[in-house]
Every structure is written in C-alpha cells, then in structure tokens.
Design a binder for this molecule. Structure first.
Ligand code: ZN
Length: 266
C-alpha cells in the first residue's frame, strides 16, 4: 500500500438495482449449452472520510419501460425486471442514507442499466468522462443511450473529466478524482464510448462496469451479436486482455454474480 492512501475509504457496499436475463450460449463461443444468467444492475457505494458518500452508477429505474418502442425492443432482446424496491434510492433509504447525503455520482457509461436512477437525484454532482458527456447531446439509440434517462435540466450537474493520466495500474490511464489517490477513474474503452471504471487502491478493488460481464468470462470470446453491441470491439479485446493480466486486484463488474460474492467479503 502506498503511503497516504490508508484509511481514507471507510466503507464499500454494493446494491443490485434491477436485472436483465441473458443466455450465455448466445453470448460466448465457449458456452455450448443454453444457460440463463441474471445480469444484476449493480451499483457501488464508496464512503470516503472527507468526501462522504460517492455513488458509482445508479442501476435501473422505471424509466427503462418509458421509451416507447425502444423500450419494447430493449425488453425483447434483454428481458428486464425492475421493481420499486430495486431503485437505488429506496435501498439507500433502508440503510439510513438520503439522496442529499450523496456527495457525487460517478457514471461509468450511459447505458440504461447504469443511469436509471439519475433522474431522481437532482442537484447531485455527476462525474463522467468527457467522451460520455459528448454523447449525451449526440446520443444515438444505436449506442443504447436513451435520452429520456438524462433530462435537460441535469446537464448543469455534469462534471466531465479526462482520464488520460498515469495511474497506479501501469497498463491503464486514469484520473485521481479526489486528489488524494484514494479513488481513481480509469479509462476502459471498448464496451461503450468513453466508459470508465473506478479503482480503489486502498481496498485493491477495480470496479470495471461492463468492460467484462463477469470475471469468469475474461477468457471467453464474444459471439457476433454481443460483439456488435460493443462500441469498439478491438478496444474491448485490448481492455479485457489488460484486465486479465492484473495481479492482486479484485475485479468487480456490474453484472458478474461470482464477483459480487467475492466483493461481499470485504
Ligand atoms: Zn453497458
């Protein structure tokens, strides 16, 4: 552990905020039998001694059903389950945390299972990569960015950042979010334009969002359709290779079940 980064993070917790179902055989070449997997929309809560409660992504919300035909298509390809009790704010309230207790939200990327709760968090600062910021106005449905999930009024809350600096993980560029080395935003190009992850050196946790859909699949090859969903497949492969080579770091994805269990041990 580097000097000065100890004991800045007082707690880390994960919440599952809705889910969709996928057939692993349709996703990975190595899987020969139909096997349904629940893709939880996982959200990470970081508690920092000075900066308070920082939320990473916001899961699904009722808005996933409110995009007309696009919602219907999304649901058809990606059967989605969201109930009121899955909302991140509902779950936080049960832990005694109110919306105003959240000091900032980090958005890894703009897919609907990551930004669903955003519309209910007026006034909270939203950190995202410059590239994601660009995509809000130029968003295309092809990229799975649904404009109704980020209201016009939210644009004032957004703080875009560049993640092109040297980071503690030598193969990855990043940005020291708080300036104290405790929370790093990491460049994870490939899956979605401008996707970032969050690395917490003190806990040796690397939340990689959808850079991979679970650590069990780091070595698996995507089939054609899931490949087409990636924003840049070559960049996706490069990122996954770099993640596979990491030693001594717990990789936690948004969707991987086994990863979630590991994370609970922290
Ligand atoms: Zn995604």
């Amino acid at each position: 552990m580097q000097n000065g980064i100890e004991n800045k993070i007082t707690n880390i917790k994960f919440y599952n905020c809705g889910y969709c179902m996928n057939d692993l055989k349709r996703m990975y070449k190595e899987i020969k039998k139909h096997e349904k997997m629940i893709f939880q929309a996982r959200v990470m809560l970081i508690e920092h001694k000075t900066y308070g409660k920082i939320l990473v992504d916001t899961g699904y919300s009722h808005r996933i059903y409110e995009n007309g035909l696009t919602s219907k298509l999304y649901h058809l390809i990606n059967p989605t389950t969201y109930r009121k009790k899955d909302h991140i704010l509902y779950q936080l309230r049960k832990d005694g945390i109110k919306h105003n207790d959240i000091s900032m939200i980090i958005l890894t990327h703009l897919h609907p299972d990551h930004i669903g709760g955003l519309g209910d968090m007026k006034n909270t600062k939203i950190i995202m990569s410059h590239k994601c910021r660009e995509r809000i106005t130029g968003a295309r449905y092809k990229e799975l960015v649904f404009p109704n999930q980020i209201g016009k009024s939210m644009e004032n809350q957004i703080i875009p950042v560049h993640v092109n600096h040297k980071s503690p993980l030598k193969d990855f560029n990043g940005m020291d979010l708080l300036g104290d080395g405790s929370v790093w935003l990491m460049d994870l190009e490939g899956h979605a334009y401008g996707q970032i992850g969050v690395y917490i050196p003190e806990k040796k946790i690397f939340y990689v969002a959808d850079a991979v859909w679970g650590i069990n699949y780091l070595k698996y090859r995507l089939r054609l359709i899931p490949r087409l969903i990636q924003n840049d497949y070559n960049a996706y492969v490069k990122t996954v290779k770099k993640l596979s080579a990491l030693k001594g770091v717990a990789i936690i994805s948004t969707h991987g079940e086994e990863v979630y269990k590991d994370a609970q041990k922290i």
